[in-house]
Ligand binder design. Structure first.
Ligand SMILES: Cc1ncc(COP(=O)(O)O)c(C=O)c1O
Length: 447
């Protein structure tokens, strides 16, 4: 049966009469042919209100690392809900979750909980500025650190306003942001240690922290080139800056010790989101005792009515125990599934003459669609991605995949969950083969 979306369409039309633009996070409008309305999920499976079934690799923007509606987590939340949903005070679950983080992540000597990674990022910036008495944060082009004023500088710089390769521009994609926000950042290109060194030297003595996604999952899944993490650590130690690893996506997906364990580096502060709460609104800032000192002394304020919410803590405790129970088999287990899916998609692309190039460490990966005439070889940074990725052609294939019941993140990111198994990958590849056929037959669309 071909997929149709009449009920989602009707609900979206209804929602636009009461919800601004019909959605509660701008990015959700990108889903074509219509923002979907979901009825239920189970493990790697998702059903929308029209009854369409998807093998889900979008996974709630990566938060559902344990799949949809895991029974153990549902029970943990329900048991806590019967005891109390919110106290704005302490409960035993707080140290229970914090101690798990300490045991899993060597740099997590102390933690603070928040409701979203966006908030944890803001806490990290405030701590870094208080710690150093300096204003600037160095961040990289194409990295996403939440939707607040400070998280988005340099995220999606439009070509033509990039600035030259040596001086990436400080731009903000949203209106309503005061220019002073931009002046608090230095933007550098990702994956060029020599360029980074020059950028730090240019602003030496003024930079409070270097902030980064350790694998740049928000732009094309760009793993750090060898030596990059060592260069960041060395520069931070040399100049007294804090090294802040934003592990909102990589946290727990890349192993119990997160991407810092996987790539072998030790940051001063770590932002944790998504998988830490398995789909509940939960995040944490973890750090060394030295980096957290200004919270200990009370000089830096970190607050929030719902911080350390017991429902989220109950969920998080269950989530972290799943990761710990996997022991040394994680992340190799999901990585092997991801590599199989990447290889299958590559083979189909070759068979149908589609220039699709999956890229990433398998735990998560991005499907790059090369523009006509674009050079082969791995994408290196944000500019390289924008120059070589054919976004309209990917959008066409993505829609064909969706209509065959395979759901990736709109911009081309695929996440594997602990709920996916070999048979789900096999089924996803069978469905993808049909999607490739339709894409090859329908691209380019008739004018
Ligand atoms: C790397 C990174 N940092 C921060 C955030 C913000 O997380 P949240 O949407 O939970 O505030 C995201 C969200 O996608 C992210 O990918």
């Amino acid at each position: 049966m071909p997929y149709t979306f009449a009920k989602s369409q009707a609900l979206f039309e209804r929602a636009q009469r009461s919800i601004a633009a019909g959605v509660n996070s701008g990015i959700r409008k990108q889903e074509a042919p219509v923002p979907l309305y979901f009825a239920r999920g189970s493990g790697p499976n998702l059903w929308d209100v029209d009854g369409n079934h998807y093998l889900d690799f979008q996974l709630g923007q990566g938060a559902l690392f344990y799949g949809h509606a895991p029974a153990g987590m549902a029970e943990a939340i329900a048991a806590q809900a019967r005891l109390g949903t919110h106290w704005a005070a302490q409960c035993e679950l707080e140290p229970e979750v914090a101690e798990r983080l300490q045991a899993m992540i060597p740099s997590a000597e102390l933690v603070r909980f928040s409701n979203s990674a966006t908030e944890a990022v803001l806490t990290a910036f405030r701590l870094a500025r208080a710690h150093t008495g300096r204003k600037l944060i160095l961040r990289f082009e194409g990295h996403y650190h939440g939707w607040a004023d400070e998280g988005l500088v340099g995220f999606a710089n439009p070509p033509g306003a990039w600035g030259d390769d040596e001086n990436p521009a400080r731009l903000h994609p949203s209106k309503g942001v005061i220019p002073e926000v931009l002046e608090q950042f230095v933007v550098a290109r990702w994956n060029d240690p020599a360029h980074l060194r020059r950028r730090v030297d240019e602003f030496r003595g003024q930079i409070a922290a270097i902030m980064f996604e350790p694998a740049l999952c928000n732009t094309c899944c760009l793993e750090p080139v060898p030596g990059l993490m060592g260069t960041i650590r060395e520069l931070c130690d040399r100049d007294g800056m804090l090294m802040i690893s934003d592990e909102t996506i990589t946290g727990f997906r890349f192993g119990a010790a997160c991407a810092q364990g996987y790539y072998g580096f030790r940051p001063d502060l770590t932002v944790l989101g998504k998988a830490i709460g398995g789909g509940t609104p939960f995040a944490a800032l973890a750090g060394t005792r030295a980096a957290m000192a200004k919270i200990l002394s009370g000089e830096v304020i970190h607050a929030g009515t719902l911080n350390g919410n017991p429902l989220c803590l109950a969920a998080s405790k269950w989530c972290l125990d799943q990761v710990r129970a996997l022991g040394a088999s994680h992340p190799a287990g999901i990585q092997q599934l991801g590599h199989r899916l990447m290889a299958g998609l590559s083979a189909m692309a070759k068979e149908h003459g589609v220039p699709l190039r999956p890229q990433g460490p398998g735990l998560i990966f991005h499907t790059v669609m090369l523009k006509p005439g674009a050079a082969e070889g791995p994408i290196r940074d944000y500019r390289d991605y924008v120059r070589r990725h054919d976004a309209p052609r990917w959008a066409h294939l993505r829609r064909c995949l969706l209509e065959e019941g395979v759901r990736a993140i709109e911009r081309g990111l695929w996440s594997i969950s602990l709920a996916h198994g070999e048979k789900d990958i096999t089924e996803a590849l069978v469905r993808s083969a049909r999607a490739f056929q339709r894409h090859a037959a329908g691209w380019p669309p008739a004018a």
